[in-house]
Design a protein around this ligand. Sequence first.
Ligand code: FAD
Length: 383
Amino acid sequence: MVGASAAGLGTAEALRRKGYAGRLTVLGAEHRLPYDRPPLSKQVLSGAWEPERAGLRSRDALDALDAEFVLGDAAVSLDPAARTVRTAAGRTLGAEAVVLATGLRPRRLPGQGDLDGVHVLRTLDDAVALRGALGQARRVVVVGNGVLGAEVAATAAASGAHTSLVGLQPAPLAEQLGERVGGLVARLHARNGVRQYHGTGVEELVHEQARATGVRLPSGEVLPADVVVVAVGCTPATEWLVTSGLRLDDGVVCDARCRAADGVYAAGDAARWYHEGLGAHVRLENRTNATMQAGAVAANLLGGDVAYAPVPYFWTDQFDVKIQVFGTPRPGAEVALVEGDEEGGRFVAVYGGGRPHAVLGWNMAKQARQHSRALSTTGAAAA
Ligand SMILES: Cc1cc2nc3c(=O)[nH]c(=O)nc-3n(C[C@H](O)[C@H](O)[C@H](O)COP(=O)(O)OP(=O)(O)OC[C@H]3O[C@@H](n4cnc5c(N)ncnc54)[C@H](O)[C@@H]3O)c2cc1C
């Protein structure tokens, strides 16, 4: 397994659960044992959790897995035919099968370079650094109004910083949830004091010497900042595979069984596989997919024939609202509230009228899950 996080560890665990007794090696670029990323923008960033609590498994559980963890050493190339992986430290690891689970890298803004006061959030180290900076900051600007940017803005505002959220989407999370629910997220953020600038990019980062002091909008307005968080999406961490001959196209391109080549599979955020329900290649960036896809890969590694075709699912926490999304809401889809209401702060929304393709729970997790049973993989995937 290349990548020692949700998908890499998940594959190792699923292999053991399914009875594989041979050798397992998990190679990770970071020095840390596997940890979970969703708490990084929530409990770790707010300070409610110490960073260690984000660990995915206890030491004992990792020992029981009986896998060799090679950490702090990045893979630099793969020979798919020989199934060998070379690492930055000069190791050559050989195996009967290789699973590519290297996740994503955050995009940066032009001019971001190494400016002080500008943060991204992908790793636990990023979260610890940002947490420290938020503790000192009076004014925070978050660039990017997708899921991660909005979560970070919520956490920063809740911790007392004067927070602004800027991004290209017409409302926060509008691409993920549609404009109607995105509008509710905007109201939620406004109620909690977040200043919002939607439908706009950023002209440039303003800085004095090597320290960012704000963000200039195309209108010329400058939003002053002690801390700028850049959350403008990610790209698959697949640059180390460019010489492998594997097909790379916004991720490792795989067949329906998550197979990129004989004995080479991909799982998690870095995998773009053929979803049979959709009839297209898809790549999902969410936590549940990392574990589920790892399970499918493990089954196929052990001789199974599992076409992986899930109903996509993700959750996000924004202030005191917990949102669950099953399927992929389509832009402009009809949205009907089938339980609860907006005023009461709890509802289930179904997207797609007579042929629902997505279900959203707003502080109504259990009910949303029940409604999601009506989604067929094909219907959800047709998004
Ligand atoms: C801050 C944050 C909050 C999130 N919140 C949510 C949420 O609320 N809900 C949700 O559904 N999802 C959420 N996600 C997404 C979720 O965490 C990811 O979908 C999940 O972590 C994907 O797992 P992965 O193992 O595929 O990739 P990753 O977790 O990115 O792991 C990839 C690992 O591979 C390592 N690696 C990279 N390159 C190499 C290399 N060349 N050699 C060796 N190792 C390498 C990396 O260091 C990393 O440890 C969040 C993500 C972040 C960053």
